[in-house]
Design a protein around this ligand. Structure first.
Ligand code: PMP
Length: 288
């Protein structure tokens, strides 16, 4: 990548540096998005930029750039860097003007970065090997969890590293009410008797944009969708399961180790519903 957008200017990638006293580095005061580029277009760009500004607002970062300006910056970054495929990361954060916890006198910065490749997993593997994390996802009475903010991702990074250290690809988190919440950077769907189940929005997990697209695609394909509270037993009772997210797209889960009940669940990764949704998602993203 040659250029990034920083507070309204295009600057060389190497010049995108910030001070060690940056408030966001110390306190996690940043809001950001991850957007995929398909065929030189940012997929669901407006939805991501709206969520960026909403995440910023939820953690009291008043971004001086308007929605249309950020959308345009993302489009320009794709063009300037001549990206046909890749990943865009717009970010809003508190600067280095003061170290007090409120950061009330810090400047709110905005930048847009992009890369030509960004993926955590090989899309050709049959499915992921997951664990149920021993950590619980806190809810709205503890911390706003349904947003993309730096501070929240410290916990998700810890959960991911713990899972990979133990030989898993990623972890599924339960919330503090023992309901299935999400994986570290993706939402979860279960399939049982040809019905699609996914946790209903409750403030404990991010309402993924891919999740919303998959629900629409399922309904369009006459697949019944139930958004409801799901418990660990629902996972054990399901036939198939998959994750959705900007980076991971639609990824089957092959197995889950549940340390709470000391049992492993093996899923059918060749479910026709899963394949149908995976193909439908691939089709709409490749049309972009
Ligand atoms: N949950 C979390 C915690 C995430 O970081 C992500 C990735 N943004 C998702 C779910 C999936 O969201 P999306 O489909 O909007 O990428």
């Amino acid at each position: 990548m040659s250029k990034i957008w920083f507070n309204g200017q295009f600057i060389p990638y190497e010049q995108g540096q910030i001070h060690i006293a940056t408030h966001a580095l110390h306190y996690g005061t940043s809001a950001w998005e991850g957007i995929r580029i398909y065929n030189s277009n940012a997929f669901m760009l407006e939805e991501h930029c709206k969520r960026l500004l909403s995440s910023a607002q939820k953690i009291h970062l008043s971004c001086t750039h308007k929605l249309q300006e950020i959308i345009q910056a993302c489009k320009n970054i794709i063009e300037i860097n001549q990206l046909r495929k890749g990943y865009i990361r717009p970010i809003i954060w508190l600067g280095s003007e003061e170290m007090r916890i409120s950061g009330a006198n810090c400047i709110v910065n905005t930048a847009v970065l992009a890369w030509d490749a960004f993926t955590d997993y090989n899309p050709n593997i049959p499915g992921l090997n997951m664990e149920i994390s021993p950590w619980r996802k806190p809810g709205p009475s503890c911390i706003p969890s349904d947003l993309k903010a730096g501070g929240v991702y410290m916990m998700l990074s810890l959960i991911k590293n713990q899972a990979t250290d133990r030989g898993f690809d990623d972890a599924i988190m339960l919330d503090t009410n023992e309901r299935i919440a999400e994986a570290t950077t993706s939402n979860i769907f279960l399939i049982k008797n040809n019905i699609l189940y996914t946790p209903k929005i409750n403030g404990f997990f991010l309402n993924g944009i891919t999740r919303q697209v998959i629900i629409k695609l399922a309904k369009k394909n006459h697949i019944e969708v139930q958004e409801m509270n799901l418990k660990l037993q629902d996972l054990h009772d399901a036939n198939s399961a998959f994750l959705t997210g900007t980076s991971i797209e639609v990824m089957p889960i092959a197995k889950v180790y549940d340390d709470f009940n000391k049992k492993e669940k093996i899923f059918d990764t060749s479910s026709h519903i899963l394949q149908k949704l995976r193909n439908a998602y691939h089709e709409i993203t490749s049309m972009k």
